[in-house]
Design a protein. Structure first.
Length: 449
């Protein structure tokens, strides 16, 4: 058994990296701060070079991608994915301290980027660099750090295609996002999805409602009827999308049953009176493994102050569709269009319509039979005293899908940040005790043969 760097050493190292890196306001959503994004990329490239890494800044895909490889002649190589860009932050938005100065208060570190994602990347950087200096780094490491995550990584898939060979190693580690209920977490799947906008017209122009109601069709009412059909439990859009989705296997069901579920906590967090799922299994299934359709915008008629008594000629709805992890988005879009054509044929009131489908993307269900997941699990048990929970995420991380499909090596997706970390909000924070657990896990991951 080797003696790995102590908690105090790891935390000091984390701080010495996080502080200056966070001080560079690499806000990718603000074009005026593009030079700062580059500066943050160069800063971390320089840090890696100072530790004998072979580093290149990959250009041509938006902000530079930093690829830095530390080779200790080990038989195994792990890739660490992360992003150095951050969300905007201004002190007058409710920050209690300068968002770009790492501040320690009440058992937390506070700053923009402290957990999303510089702080989480820094956990792996700190562990790897401390181990390297102590001659205890047991694996080669390739850092792959992008700078456009907060703008949706528009060119990343292309970049991964170009760089696939540099990424094809034993496993890729992704630590972004938040642990489930603050317990060690491994994310096992992400859903795919697409957005759709439907606009219908039933009249040439708005009409006096006193004279024309019940005489000619009002677009919002016709749209309501169409939507009612879309949400029909047997013949609607959802059952159509659900068709052919494979049943959830026993192992996944076991994982879902272990998810912490509390209808009370969801009521508290959302202000809802009714929570539909009744247990962990149905909750996990509805959120992570089945399709969902949500109305995100409804627009029709007069939206200003007071009343304008007119039938509306047009009505519009925007839908967000989520797909089961293994579902083919092209096929799902085809079914959506099929549903729409059917609905339209049954609705003679519609004189004109528009349908737009945007950005279909594929989800991913990570294969569970891989030795690195088992290793990650074992190390979490050693560090935190319990095996991690496996989650099936409702949202998507397109980069995970791209790594899985294009690079095709095992992925270990283990978010390290705490709940209540105010991600994308003022006073973004990282609880020190949770941070220390992450450091301990990372030091074991890279320090044990
Ligand atoms: Zn983010």
């Amino acid at each position: 058994m080797v003696t790995l760097p102590s908690q105090a050493q790891l935390l000091a190292r984390w701080r010495s990296i996080a502080e200056p890196w966070i001080a560079i306001p690499s806000v990718s959503t603000d074009p005026a701060l593009q030079p700062e994004c580059r500066q943050a990329a160069e800063w971390v490239a320089q840090l890696l070079r100072a530790h004998d890494a072979e580093v290149r800044l990959v250009e041509g895909y938006g902000n530079p991608i930093v690829v830095g490889r530390i080779d200790v002649g080990a038989p195994t190589t792990f890739v660490v994915y992360g992003h150095y860009d951050v969300q905007p932050a201004r002190q007058d938005e409710g920050w209690e301290s300068d968002p770009f100065i790492l501040t320690e208060r009440d058992g937390r570190f506070i700053a923009r980027g402290v957990m999303d994602n510089k702080g989480q990347v820094t956990i792996h950087l700190a562990a790897v660099l401390a181990l390297k200096e102590a001659g205890q780094l047991r694996h080669n490491v390739a850092f792959f750090l992008e700078g456009d995550e907060e703008t949706g990584s528009p060119h990343l898939e292309e970049a991964i295609q170009q760089l696939a060979d540099a990424l094809r190693h034993d496993a890729i580690i992704v630590s972004d996002g938040i642990r489930e209920q603050n317990l060690p977490t491994m994310e096992m799947s992400f859903r795919g999805g697409f957005n759709a906008r439907i606009a219908i017209r039933t009249l040439a122009s708005d009409q006096h409602s006193g004279m024309m109601a019940r005489v000619v069709p009002n677009a919002p009412e016709v749209l309501m009827r169409l939507l009612q059909e879309a949400f029909h439990p047997r013949e609607g859009l959802l059952p159509l999308l659900q068709e052919g989705v494979p049943p959830i296997d026993a192992e996944v069901q076991e994982d879902l049953a272990m998810l912490p579920f509390s209808a009370e906590a969801i009521r508290d967090a959302t202000g809802a009176r009714v929570v539909y799922p009744t247990d962990a299994l149905s909750y996990g299934r509805l959120v992570g493994l089945e399709p969902a359709v949500a109305i995100t915008t409804l627009k029709a008629g007069y939206l200003g102050e007071g009343f304008r008594n007119a039938l509306a000629a047009q009505a519009e709805v925007k839908l967000n569709v989520r797909l089961a992890p293994t579902q083919d988005p092209a096929e799902a879009v085809r079914r959506f269009e099929e549903w729409w054509q059917r609905a339209l044929a049954a609705t003679p009131e519609v004189v004109a319509s528009e349908v737009e489908v945007e950005t279909p993307y594929r989800g991913v269900l990570l294969p569970r039979e891989n030795e690195w997941l088992a290793r990650a699990s074992r190390l979490w048990k050693e560090v935190a005293g319990r095996k991690p929970i496996r989650t099936y995420c409702g949202g998507g991380i397109p980069v995970v899908t791209a790594f899985h499909e294009i690079v095709g090596v095992p992925l270990v997706v283990t978010p390290l940040a705490n709940e209540g970390s105010n991600i994308h909000a003022p006073n973004e924070n990282f609880r020190t005790d949770v941070l220390l657990e992450g450091l301990a896990w990372s030091a074991r991951w890279f320090g044990e043969a």
